[in-house]
Ligand binder design. Structure first.
Ligand code: HEC
Length: 161
């Protein structure tokens, strides 16, 4: 040990300090990557709002293909919420989506397959109720979803062509 000079001690000290600093940076980077890989719940909700809305007009027009398209999009969005296991203000939103929303979407899909439009309308209303029920459960009762506006606000034709 007597061969180690003050300069070498200093070098070791600097190296250890640098290593510590790098560990901290890596930890921060890991956290940030995790944060970025989580989908934004706001954007997913926004997507679902649009999908439910467009689904309403497709159902109004009894357009099976288009309704089927939006039901699948909704299913994908809700599966993304479930996969991400999102927690929001201490609420297990992912878990709630799995129990409250996905089964209702699947029932709507079955109804569409049966070709019974009365049942499709009923289940679409149930779906909108599930959206609102979860907003109440998660403390967002001020976010109220309706089936659709009276006048189609989209520059899109939902009728069967
Ligand atoms: C599992 C619970 C849950 C379900 C089911 C759910 N939501 Fe939400 N929703 C939330 C939470 C929590 C927020 C607040 C998230 C935020 O602040 O970004 C939210 C926010 C929203 C918002 C406000 C954000 C925005 O884009 O303006 C809309 C709209 C919305 N949800 C629509 C829907 C629709 C439509 C459905 C049904 C297809 C639905 N939600 C189903 C929990 C849920």
């Amino acid at each position: 040990m007597k061969n180690i000079s003050v300069g070498q001690y200093l070098l070791i000290f600097i190296l250890v300090a640098m290593l510590g600093w790098m560990w901290m940076r890596i930890g921060a980077l890991e956290e940030r990557t995790l944060e970025l890989s989580k989908p934004s719940l706001y954007l997913l909700m926004n997507q679902m709002q649009d999908q439910v809305h467009k689904l309403s007009y497709s159902i109004d027009s009894e357009n099976t293909d288009l309704a089927d398209f939006y039901i699948h999009e909704l299913e994908e969005a809700s599966e993304e919420i479930i996969r991400a296991g999102v927690e929001y203000n201490g609420q297990a939103v992912g878990e709630l989506t799995k129990t409250m929303l996905l089964p209702v979407i699947e029932e709507l899909e079955d109804a569409l397959e049966s070709g019974n439009w009365r049942l499709v309308r009923e289940r679409h209303s149930m779906l909108v109720r599930s959206c609102n029920n979860c907003h109440v459960s998660t403390g967002y009762e001020s976010i109220i979803i309706r089936e659709r506006a009276d006048v189609n606000p989209y520059n899109q034709d939902f009728s069967v062509n």
